[in-house]
Design a protein around this ligand. Structure first.
Ligand code: ADP
Ligand code: MG
Length: 332
């Protein structure tokens, strides 16, 4: 509790006024087990505190609804339903609908029903012992986005015994889009929202340029490989550098390949640029489950999406990008 409050204090919001220039608001809070930052520029007369309060309220509401470990949240209730239909809020219902679309689009590399496998790998890390083949097979048999039934009246039914859903690979992107929508609706035209590497930005930064977004170095903790300039778009980087399982001294990605039951092994980092943070988040996860070239080929087929993956093969690092991926300004 003490550590938590200390962090919040250190990160508490600040508003800077500089003459006639627009004021800047910047604040970071802890949600979804990561840091969420809102930065925006606003003119005089903007009811900024009300707008920002609505943004943080929304972040908290999404956290409760989508937390897989909360028994009272929508996702927790779906997972405890034992095959019966559960009525959920329109946020979770809509996101499940989108998730099923992304599962289809990625041939199941992104699968919202991966949770039984997540539980197996979490236990394996706790026991420091690789999972048995039989245990993996059993978990795999409970996966299948095709068995999530979305009925009328926001009702969700899991049609396979032992199935569980997990929106962890898309919820942060969704939250970023929701916050961005609240800012835009409040008349704020220049902003950047970042939830642990899921980013959406619009307009310009305080220097009048497109926003500069750093791409994390998958090898050097806390480092950047460079940055890209974007605006009016979302960018997400997923990788195994922040969250991973350690078993018997070996590091395993927290992104699992539902087809094999094993963590993605080749791609160590995937960066996706898309129109929404939700799409970028889902696709970045899928690209970490696939082989590098397979992921790039898949992305080339999707409109308005660009991607870069860094893969590790035979001890060498290789960077692959789609044709339209912007120039990366390298760190000196
Ligand atoms: P991060 O939270 O590090 O940004 P992601 O957005 O890629 O990472 O989400 C990773 C989380 O998604 C995992 O912790 C797990 O709960 C879930 N997950 C793992 N593999 C998959 C997958 N193939 N499809 C959908 N969700 C997954
Ligand atoms: Mg994701």
């Amino acid at each position: 509790m003490t550590v938590f409050s200390a962090v919040l204090l250190a990160l508490s919001g600040c508003v800077m006024m500089t003459g006639d220039a627009p004021a800047e608001y910047k604040e970071t809070r802890l949600y979804y087990g990561t840091y969420v930052t809102i930065r925006c520029l606003y003119g005089e007369g903007t009811p900024i505190s009300g707008i920002i309060a609505r943004c943080w309220d929304e972040a908290g509401r999404i956290q409760t609804a989508m937390d897989v470990r909360s028994a009272s949240g929508d996702v927790g209730r779906i997972n405890a339903s034992g095959g019966l239909g559960v009525r959920v809020g329109s946020g979770v219902y809509g996101l499940l609908k989108d998730s099923i679309e992304f599962s289809r689009l990625t041939g199941g590399a992104f699968d919202v029903t991966v949770y039984p496998l997540v539980e197996v790998w979490r236990t394996a890390a706790r026991d420091n012992r690789l999972p048995d083949k039989a245990v993996l097979e059993e978990a795999k048999s409970k996966i299948g986005y095709q068995y999530v039934h979305l009925g009328g009246d926001n009702t969700v039914t899991l049609r396979k015994s032992g199935m569980k859903i997990d929106l962890g690979a898309i919820a942060k992107g969704y939250a970023v889009d929701r916050i961005a929508r609240i800012l835009s609706a409040g008349g704020i035209e220049n902003f950047l929202v970042d939830a642990g590497g899921d980013i959406f930005c619009r307009g310009k930064n305080s220097s009048g340029s497109d926003w500069n977004v750093g791409i994390r170095d998958p090898i050097k903790a806390g480092g950047l490989i460079g940055s890209i300039r974007i605006s009016g778009a979302a960018v997400t980087t997923s990788g195994d550098y922040e969250r991973f399982y350690r078993i018997d001294g070996e590091r395993f990605s927290h992104i699992l390949n539902p087809a094999t039951g094993y963590p993605g092994r080749t791609v160590i980092s995937a960066t996706v640029i898309a129109k929404t943070a939700e799409e970028a988040d889902a696709l970045a996860t899928a690209l970490c489950a696939l082989e590098g070239e397979e992921g790039i080929r898949l992305t080339e087929k999707i409109d308005d999406v660009e991607a870069m993956v860094i893969e590790k093969a035979d001890g060498e690092l290789r960077m692959l990008t789609t044709e339209g991926f912007p120039d990366i300004k390298r760190k000196q």
